[in-house]
Ligand binder design. Structure first.
Ligand SMILES: [Zn+2]
Length: 242
C-alpha cells in the first residue's frame, strides 16, 4: 500500500511526545485520500497548519498523494501575536475549560464559555463572533467550519493561562477585574446604596466600593480574597512580560 511521510515544524511538534519530535511521521493509506485527511489522521488538526510543501512546491488541502511524498508542514498562527484579521482578543472555550475561562475573564478577555455546549454550537458561535476556539479536544478543531482554533497544550489551568498569554502575546491587552468571571459581562461601578440589600452585614460594614455585572447583576467588591487573586493575575502578566 502507498505511504507518505510528514515532517512537522515549529509548534506543530508539540502535538507529539518528546521522543517523536524532529522525526518523520509515516502514514500508510488505501485508496485516494486528501492530504487534509491524512495529516489529521496523524493527530494535527488542519486549523493549526499554515502551509505544506512537497519538494519545495506548495500543497493544497485537496491534494491526493500518489505515495512516496514527504510533506513539510508549517504552523499557521503567527508566534506571540493575535491574528491580524481578528479584532480584539476573543475566545470561545470548550466545556471542559471552565477554570481557564474564569481566569481569562478575570484578566478582562472576552471569553465565551458554556459548560454543556455541543461542539457544533461552539463552532458556530466562534465563527459568527470571530472568536478563537480554545480546546483540549483535537477532534473539535478538525471541524471544517472553523476559522481559528488552538489546541491548549497544558492541562493545569494556571499553566494554561500562561500558555495562552504567551502564545498570542496578549498580556499587554489584559484589563484585570473589568469582566464578570461568572458570565463574561462587563463590570461597572455601582453606588453602595443601590446594592445594600444584596450585602451581608459585615460586607456592608467594611466595604464602600462596589462593582456590578451589567449582564447578570452579580455584585463584586475587593474582599478578603481579592489580594490573593490580584497577585495571581499580576504574576501571570509579569511572567508573560518577561
Ligand atoms: Zn455576570
Amino acid at each position: 500500500m502507498p505511504q507518505i511521510c510528514f515532517r512537522f515544524y515549529g509548534e506543530l511538534e508539540e502535538f507529539f511526545p518528546h521522543a517523536r519530535r524532529g522525526s518523520e511521521h509515516r502514514v500508510v493509506f488505501n485508496g485516494p485520500q486528501t492530504v487534509k485527511h491524512l495529516v489529521e489522521s496523524v493527530g494535527v488538526p488542519h486549523i493549526e497548519i499554515g502551509r505544506m510543501e512537497n519538494e519545495g512546491h506548495p500543497v493544497g488541502w485537496d491534494y491526493r498523494p500518489r505515495g512516496g511524498e514527504c510533506i513539510r508542514v508549517y504552523p499557521r498562527l503567527p508566534r506571540q501575536r493575535w491574528p491580524a484579521d481578528l479584532d480584539a482578543p476573543r475566545f470561545a472555550l470548550d466545556g471542559h475549560l471552565g477554570r481557564l475561562a474564569s481566569y481569562l475573564r478575570l484578566l478582562g478577555f472576552d471569553t465565551w464559555y458554556r459548560p454543556q455546549v455541543e461542539d457544533a454550537d461552539l463552532a458556530a458561535v466562534a465563527v459568527s463572533e470571530k472568536r478563537v476556539v480554545l480546546t483540549r479536544d483535537q477532534d473539535l478543531l478538525k471541524r471544517k467550519i472553523l476559522d481559528y482554533g488552538y489546541w491548549v497544550r497544558n492541562t493545569d489551568p494556571h499553566r494554561q493561562v500562561e500558555e495562552i498569554l504567551a502564545r498570542f502575546g496578549i498580556a499587554e491587552l489584559a484589563r484585570p477585574f473589568t469582566r464578570c468571571p461568572r458570565c463574561n459581562g462587563l463590570l461597572e461601578p455601582v453606588p453602595k446604596e443601590l446594592v445594600l440589600e444584596q450585602l451581608e452585614p459585615l460586607t456592608r460594614k467594611y466595604y464602600d466600593e462596589f462593582y456590578r455585572c451589567a449582564a447578570c447583576g452579580q455584585v463584586y467588591w475587593r474582599g478578603s480574597h481579592f489580594a490573593a487573586l490580584e497577585s495571581l493575575l499580576k504574576g501571570w502578566l509579569k511572567e508573560s512580560a518577561d
